[in-house]
Write a new protein. Structure first.
Length: 184
């Protein structure tokens, strides 16, 4: 794969607001209160901005997070309209409460270039904002025109706002006081 313009893109789509991280730099999209189709509007703006950073449709790592199934269903047709060709991605990560969102790559990613596909299905959320997550990770190896894959699946926990800290048991999570208010 040729060297892409940016290394990592993270996109969070939620009914109230969206965020786009380009190589760790955030762009936040707040939902205006007075517009009926405001979620469509901010998703459209986010997709337009994304095209600015990856006009060659190549990125090493892309990560999508959907905070609810409504935002996923709203995002998908807008994204597909703005991105007329498949993305070339080394690593794809999908995080969602909507179980079928793991299929996101089916028509937006060039699977011939994909090396790692990881999904985080957010199974449940408790009263302390502790999330129970099923994590699946597929790694693909291509040799002599043949593709082999390795798959691992496990259950992890994290506290909302602390997605970089996954643990095997909820009681191992850091305290609530260290949680910040970002979506991602």
């Amino acid at each position: 794969m040729e060297s892409p313009r940016c290394n990592e893109v993270k996109m969070t789509v939620g009914s109230e607001r969206c965020e786009l991280y380009i190589d760790g730099r955030p762009i936040k999209y707040e939902k205006p209160e007075n517009l009926e189709d405001s979620l469509k509007m901010i998703i459209g703006k986010m997709c337009n901005d994304l095209l600015t950073f990856i006009p060659d449709f190549k990125v090493n790592t892309i990560s999508f997070r959907f905070n609810d199934d409504h935002s996923y269903h709203m995002w998908r047709p807008i994204y597909k309209e703005r991105f007329p060709q498949l993305l070339e991605v080394d690593t794809l990560i999908v995080k969602s409460f909507y179980f079928w969102a793991w299929l996101i790559g089916e028509d937006i990613i060039n699977y011939d270039k994909l090396r790692v596909y990881e999904y985080h299905y957010l199974m449940e959320k408790d009263e302390d904002d502790i999330m129970k997550v099923e994590v699946g990770r597929n790694e693909y190896t291509r040799t002599d025109g043949k593709t082999t894959s390795t798959r691992n699946c496990y259950i992890k926990y994290f506290r909302e706002g602390q997605e970089d800290i996954y643990v095997d048991k909820p009681e191992l999570l850091p305290s609530v006081e260290t949680v910040d208010d970002s979506l991602y």
